[in-house]
Every structure is written in C-alpha cells, then in structure tokens.
Ligand binder design. Structure first.
Ligand code: NCD
Length: 301
C-alpha cells in the first residue's frame, strides 16, 4: 500500500522521483486532471488547518478525484462520542479510496495505517511528523538552491512542539555535508531524539539562541511559530525570535526565509516583498506536491 506516513520512508531517489513528477504536473496540469477519476478521498482533520487541508482538497479535485470530509473531526465526527481512531479508519476506508488524516497523536498515522485497507496520507501527526509539508519544503529548496548537498540551514522558533522543522531535518539528513543550526529559546530546544537522528547520519547540528549566532551566508532560515496549543504552560513568558527587515538585512542576498505558515508575528510583514521571503511560494508548491503524492498513492503517474 502506498501510504505517506513519515519522512523515514523516503530516499534521495524517491524524493527525486516525486519532484520530477511534480515538475511535470506544474508544466502540463491538464494531462493529470482526470487521473483519479472515480476515486473518492476522505479528509479527516482532527486539528485546525487551512493550507494543508485546502491544498490537499484542491489537489484531489485537480487530479479528478472527489472528496468526502469532516471539517472538524474532533468535534463533528464520532470520536466526540468516544469512537477510536482505528474504528473510524476501518469505516471510512470502506467509503473512500484513500484517507488524508491530521491528528494530535504522534502515532496516529501509523495506527491508521495498521488497520487501513486504503492508502493513508499523513497531514500532520502531533508534534512528531508532517511529511507532506517537508516534501513541499524540500521541493521548494531544490527549486531555489538547485542542490541539497553542502547546505547550511537554520531551523528556528519552536523546535520542541513543532513538527515541521524536525521532519525537514530528517529529509535533509539524506544528503551530504549538511549543517543544521537550531535557533530557539530555552524550553523550546529540539528534542534529543532528532539530534541523535541527525548525528547518526553525519549532519552537523549546532544549537544556538539568537539569529546573530548564525553565519551571515546561511542558505536558509526555516522559522516557525510557537505551538501554543501544544504547550502545557500557556502562560510562560516567551521572548519570541522575530525576523524583520532589519534582521534580514544582516544576512546575505541569497539567504532564503521559509516558514510552514501560519505565521503569527514571528515574521514581520515588512519582509514579505523581499525576494528572499519565499513562504507564500512554498505554500503554493504544497498543492502540486500533494497532487503528485495522490497520483503515486494510486500508481497513476
Ligand atoms: C504547520 C503544522 O500544522 O504543523 N502548518 C502547516 O501545515 N502548514 C505549522 C504550524 O501550524 O505552525
């Protein structure tokens, strides 16, 4: 079964295959517009989402599939009555030909896949993984930088509760000579398991606490918002790391600013028009990557 569950399932070769398919879809979208004709895909979102859900749903429609959905599955589906995720998946898998799921439990996608008779596409699992986001992030980096080997990338903001930056670090770990800087406040540091993961794969990981600790010619700063909804102590006084024009101008003309979005205030709008701020383009790429993932899920390339 062609599930998309985690970043660990990808290799350099399978990433390139996905990116080449995505290039083709962008070049000739009409060629792919009927590929999933007759397929029904369920979108089950137990956590809020704008980009991931709508880009998945747009992707489904753009490759000819149809959608069934519970917009706020936590409240509006039978879990509110106490149904288990496994039971929900068994039932929905009888109605739909694939299931896109976002859930607050880190192991939700694996649990879903363990009982599913249709492909599961993980659209975010707790603070653990967000593979489709990282695939679109990698696609964006490839298009902008033309390579992965040798890149110096900062992941910044909430490295503890977020799932996008640790997933990205895992995919970057596939390549050679990668340096990752982790910029975060105390209590928001990257969990040790991800540091160990990178170390095992010869990635150099350098933790720091200020953007001024980064080299001026860093290739990418991947910033993230504080995941307040996952924090036990929501009253904690966090002196958030902010990227604004003044800060950006201390970096090179080739330093790209990425963010999975939504941003709250950690990236100032005053850099939106700077060509180095590529987060809107990054989000747009998400729809095309998800079209490609859907085609792969059904072997309809
Ligand atoms: C991210 C997520 O849900 O993890 N959003 C997204 O999918 N683009 C990041 C976030 O919510 O901060």
């Amino acid at each position: 079964m062609n599930h998309v569950l985690c970043c660990e399932q990808y290799t350099k070769e399978s990433l390139e295959e996905l990116f080449v398919l995505t290039d083709k879809i962008i070049k000739e979208p009409m060629k792919y517009s009927k590929k999933l004709d007759g397929k029904i895909i369920a979108t089950l979102f137990y956590e809020p989402s704008t980009r991931t859900r709508l880009s998945f749903e747009a992707a489904i429609l753009r490759v000819g599939g149809s959608i069934i959905s519970t917009e706020n599955a936590k409240i509006a589906s039978s879990v509110a009555k106490g149904e288990s995720l496994k039971d929900t998946i068994k039932i929905v898998g009888g109605y739909a030909d694939a299931i896109v799921i976002r859930h607050s439990d880190n192991d939700s996608a694996e649990i879903a896949a363990s009982v599913s008779n249709v492909p599961i596409l993980n659209a975010g699992a707790g603070s653990g993984a967000h593979p489709t986001q990282s695939l679109l992030d990698m696609y964006t980096i490839r298009n902008k930088k033309g390579k992965f080997d040798g890149l110096k990338v900062a992941i910044s903001g909430d490295l503890r509760y977020g799932r996008t930056q640790n997933s990205l670090a895992k995919l970057l770990s596939l390549y050679n000579d990668i340096t990752i800087y982790g910029v975060s406040r105390k209590s928001f540091e990257l969990p040790q398991e991800y540091i160990d993961y990178m170390k095992k794969r010869n990635v150099k990981y350098i933790p720091c606490s200020e953007f001024s600790d980064l080299p001026k010619d860093i290739d990418i700063i991947y910033h993230t918002r504080t995941q307040l909804e996952r924090m036990e102590d929501k009253t904690m006084d966090i002196k958030e790391l902010i990227i604004n024009k003044q800060l950006l101008n201390t970096f090179s003309k080739d330093t790209l600013i990425m963010h999975p979005l939504p941003r709250v205030h950690e990236i100032d709008e005053d850099i939106d028009d700077d060509s180095r701020a590529i987060y809107f383009e990054q989000a747009h790429n998400g729809m095309f990557i998800r079209m490609a993932l859907l085609l792969q899920a059904f072997n309809k390339m």
